[in-house]
Design a protein around this ligand. Structure first.
Ligand SMILES: NC(=O)C1=CN([C@@H]2O[C@H](COP(=O)(O)OP(=O)(O)OC[C@H]3O[C@@H](n4cnc5c(N)ncnc54)[C@H](OP(=O)(O)O)[C@@H]3O)[C@@H](O)[C@H]2O)C=CC1
Ligand SMILES: Nc1nc(=O)c2c([nH]1)NC[C@@H]1CN(c3ccc(C(=O)N[C@@H](CCC(=O)O)C(=O)O)cc3)C=[N+]21
Length: 300
C-alpha cells in the first residue's frame, strides 16, 4: 500500500482561515480583538524562528501579537512578574511561555502561574486535570492538531488500537488522553518499553513523539495503519552541501509510507497544525473570557 499523505500545511491553512473568520466576527460584532502574548527566555535560534512565525501568523489572522523576549539570565521572579501583568491585561487572551526554560527556572512553577483561562498551551495543572476527567479545558496544541487530522481522515476513531510513543507532558500524555476520549484502545510507549516493535505492530494509529530521528522503521508499521509523526529533528544533510541540514521526523518516512494507509510528512505535517491550533485556542479563550459562544470546529 502507498500511503495517503496527510497535508498538515494545507489543513493548517484551512484552520487559520476559520480562525480569521471568527476573529473578524469578534471585531465587527463585539469590538474585541483577540490577543496572544508569547514569552521567550533566552536566544535559542530554533525557538526564535518558531516565535517569529507564530507572531506573523497571529497578525495574519487579525489578532494582536505581543512578543516578550527576556534575557537568558532573567530572574525567575521577573518572569513571574511579567506573567502576572499578562494575566491582568484585558487585551491578552492567550499566554504562551516557550519551553524549555533556562535551567535556573522551575518550569512547573512558571506554567502554573499562568491564568488557566489564558493558558493556550493547555499545560497548567488545572487544564491537565480537566482534560483527564473529560471536562472542557484548553487542549494542548500539538495533540489537538494531531486529533483534528485523525478525525478528518477517519471520522470515528472508536475501537481503534492507538500507540503513542513518548510520554511527555506536552505531547505524549495529552495525546493519549485525547485518543482515549475518542474511545481508542491506547498504549503509551516510552524509553523503558520492551519490544517496542511488537507494540507498534499492533497499532491502527501510531503517534510518534520521541525526538529521535527516523527511529520508527516501516517494518514496524501494520499494513494500512495511520502514522502521525510529531518529531522534528534537524540532521546533517551533506547531500545538500557542506554544513547544510534538513528536518526529519521520528519515523523513517519512505519505508513507513510504503506500509501505512496514511502518514503525516515532516516538515509540513504536525508542525504547522500546532501553530494553527495555538491561534484556534486563543480565539476560544477570547470567546470564553467574554461570555460568547465558542467558535465551532476549533476545539474538541
Ligand atoms: N510538531 C510539533 O509541533 C512539535 C514537535 N515536537 C517534537 O516532538 C518530539 C518529542 O517532543 P517531546 O515530547 O517534547 O520530547 P521529550 O524529550 O519530552 O519526550 C520524549 C519521549 O520519548 C521517549 N523516548 C526516548 N527514547 C525512546 C526510545 N528509544 N524508545 C521509546 N521512547 C523513547 C521518552 O521516554 P522516557 O519518558 O522514558 O524518557 C519520552 O517520554 C521532539 O522531536 C520534538 O521536537 C514537540 C512539540 C511540538
Ligand atoms: N510552550 C511551548 N509550546 C509549544 O507548542 C512548543 C514549545 N513551547 N517549545 C517548542 C515546541 C516545538 N514546537 C513546534 C511548533 C511548530 C513547528 C513547525 O511549524 N514546524 C515546521 C517546520 C519549521 C522549520 O522549517 O523549521 C513543520 O514541521 O513543517 C515546529 C515546532 C512547538 N513547541
Amino acid at each position: 500500500m502507498t500511503a495517503t499523505v496527510i497535508d498538515g500545511k494545507a489543513f493548517a491553512a484551512r484552520v487559520r482561515e476559520k480562525v480569521g473568520g471568527h476573529v473578524a466576527r469578534l471585531k465587527q460584532e463585539h469590538g474585541i480583538t483577540p490577543g496572544l502574548a508569547v514569552v521567550l527566555v533566552g536566544e535559542d535560534p530554533a525557538s526564535q524562528v518558531y516565535v517569529r512565525s507564530k507572531g506573523k501568523m497571529t497578525v495574519e489572522v487579525g489578532m494582536s501579537s505581543y512578543e516578550h523576549k527576556l534575557d537568558v539570565d532573567t530572574a525567575e521572579a521577573d518572569l513571574l512578574a511579567l506573567i502576572d501583568t499578562l494575566n491582568n491585561d484585558p487585551a491578552v487572551h492567550g499566554i504562551l511561555v516557550q519551553l524549555p526554560l533556562p535551567k535556573h527556572m522551575n518550569e512547573d512553577l512558571v506554567i502554573n502561574a499562568i491564568d488557566p483561562a489564558k493558558d493556550v498551551d493547555g499545560f497548567h495543572i488545572s487544564n491537565v486535570g480537566l482534560l483527564g476527567t473529560g471536562q472542557k479545558s484548553m487542549v494542548p496544541c500539538t495533540p489537538l492538531g494531531c486529533l483534528m487530522m485523525l478525525r478528518d481522515h477517519h471520522g470515528s476513531l472508536s475501537g481503534m488500537d492507538a500507540v503513542v510513543i513518548g510520554r511527555s507532558n506536552i505531547v505524549g500524555k495529552p495525546m493519549a488522553q485525547l485518543l482515549l476520549g475518542e474511545s481508542c484502545t491506547v498504549t503509551i510507549a516510552h524509553s523503558r518499553t520492551k519490544d517496542l516493535a511488537d507494540v507498534v505492530r499492533r497499532a491502527d494509529i501510531v503517534v510518534a513523539a520521541v525526538g529521535r530521528p527516523e527511529m520508527v522503521p516501516g517494518d514496524w508499521i501494520k499494513e494500512g495503519a495511520t502514522v502521525i509523526d510529531v518529531g522534528i529533528n534537524r540532521i546533517d544533510a551533506p547531500e545538500k552541501g557542506e554544513g547544510k541540514t534538513r528536518l526529519v521526523g521520528d519515523c523513517h518516512y519512505d519505508s513507513c509510507a510504503e506500509k501505512a494507509g496514511a502518514i503525516t510528512p515532516v516538515p509540513g505535517g504536525v508542525g504547522p497544525m500546532t501553530i494553527a491550533c495555538l491561534l484556534a485556542n486563543t480565539v476560544t479563550a477570547c470567546s470564553r473570557a467574554n461570555g460568547l459562544p465558542e467558535p465551532e470546529g476549533l476545539t474538541v
